[in-house]
Design a protein around this ligand. Structure first.
Ligand code: AMP
Ligand code: ZN
Length: 138
């Protein structure tokens, strides 16, 4: 995809601090790390949103994340990590090439849990929850 920074890294056209590579996935350090060891894992091919990934690519991506999380944590002596995807611009996705953030966390680092990412917390009625439950399950 022209003008995609992550395609450029995957294609070797611009440098990245690459820490791991598989057939379909690439992992490299985030250029503006939120914590030491902040790593991004991407599919080598361009997909903007998570649901666009073919099964084989998705399986490779998530098994790569699974393998890398303890390696990243160990490398920076972290106590844990947040693993997440900004899926779509409304969710804060700035680079429109699927990427999984691995953000190492440390006791008392002053950060927040993933519960802190949403905006106004809704107060949903049972009827509303019933509707949402059915809509997702359909
Ligand atoms: P997001 O808001 O989820 O789209 O996050 C995009 C992430 O990509 C940010 O954390 C940026 O710091 C990171 N980023 C942008 N350009 C580069 C680059 N050339 N190399 C590594 N990370 C990058
Ligand atoms: Zn791309």
């Amino acid at each position: 995809m022209p003008d995609c920074i992550f395609c450029a890294i995957a294609g070797g056209d611009i440098p990245g601090r690459i820490v791991h590579e598989t057939e379909h996935s690439l992992a490299f350090l985030d250029v503006n790390p939120l914590a030491p060891g902040h790593t991004l894992v991407i599919p080598k091919d361009h997909y903007a949103r998570l649901h666009e990934l073919p099964d084989e690519i998705s399986a490779d991506l998530f098994s790569t994340v699974d393998e890398l999380v303890p390696r990243v944590e160990d490398a920076v002596d972290a106590d844990g990590s947040n693993v997440g995807i900004n899926n779509g611009p409304a969710a804060g996705q700035e680079v429109e090439h699927v990427h999984v953030h691995i953000v190492p966390r440390f006791e008392d680092d002053g950060g927040n849990p993933i519960h802190a990412v949403a905006g106004d917390i809704p107060d949903l009625s049972d009827d509303e929850l019933d509707d949402i439950e059915s809509a997702i399950a359909e």
